[in-house]
Write a protein that binds this ligand. Structure first.
Ligand SMILES: Nc1ncnc2c1ncn2[C@@H]1O[C@H](COP(=O)(O)OP(=O)(O)OP(=O)(O)O)[C@@H](O)[C@H]1O
Ligand SMILES: [Mg+2]
Length: 212
């Protein structure tokens, strides 16, 4: 059994806590935050979403790959790639950069995210949960950012009565376009209104260059 403790905590979302794998710094383990159905099912949704994506796309550099389940002292966890910058730091989420960091080249980030969205759309990479905390910006030696999606359960979280966009490419494409437009709008609006969001997210307080 893998033993997790709070020293390995990376961050948490609404339904899962993300830990660094204690035996492998290139992996994370995601554990449900509680016993509610939504929390318990998040990992299986992500694994299914990931497998579906991999059936459609042989090789994807823009997602955190998932490897299956492990037993831990904090419950069953899903193992995925830990996304790190070229200097080995764990990559910051788009939220960390846009909302928490004082310094942020908004124009450049808008450009990076715009190009990333065009890439997702052009390749029919159907990832729908494109919020600022589900994308990390992998910082590279040349100072550029490569966006990577770290939460793939959105494909299985359809709020449609019959999840047609999961199976019909045209509808999937339309949904992806809407989600991409929302993401691009959010990059600007969250930066402009960042003071409103900072107190609610203290998880990264104290980390290098991050103030909230
Ligand atoms: N593969 C990864 N590499 C590095 N950090 C990660 C990774 N996966 C998750 N994290 C960190 O953990 C946080 C929560 O992870 P995740 O989005 O999987 O949780 P969640 O509870 O399913 O999210 P949501 O609130 O969107 O439902 C992320 O915002 C990020 O900071
Ligand atoms: Mg998430």
């Amino acid at each position: 059994m893998i033993s997790l403790d709070s020293n390995g905590l990376i961050n948490s979302g609404k339904v899962r806590v993300c830990y660094l794998h204690p035996a492998n710094p290139d992996l994370v383990i995601k554990i449900p935050v509680g016993r509610k159905k939504e929390e318990q099912q998040a990992n299986i949704k992500e694994l299914r979403g990931y497998q579906m994506l991999m059936r459609e796309h042989v090789d994807l550099f823009c997602v955190s790959h998932c490897y299956g389940f492990v037993t831990t002292n904090r419950g069953t966890g899903l193992v995925c790639d830990c996304i790190r910058d070229d200097d080995e730091e764990i990559s910051k989420t788009l939220w960390d950069v846009i909302v928490c960091q004082d310094e942020c080249d908004l124009e450049y980030i808008q450009n990076v995210i715009g190009k990333f969205c065009n890439f997702l759309i052009s390749k029919d990479i159907f990832v729908f949960d494109l919020n600022l905390k589900n994308i990390v910006l992998r910082s590279q030696h040349d100072g550029s950012f490569q966006p990577v999606i770290i939460d793939l359960k959105g494909r299985y979280e359809s709020h449609e009565l019959i999840p047609l966009s999961r199976h019909i490419a045209y509808l999937g494409r339309k949904k992806l376009e809407r989600r991409c437009n929302q993401l691009i709008d959010r990059v600007i609006s969250y930066r402009e209104n960042r003071a409103e969001y900072q107190p609610a997210d203290k998880a990264f307080k104290g980390q290098k260059g991050i103030t909230c």
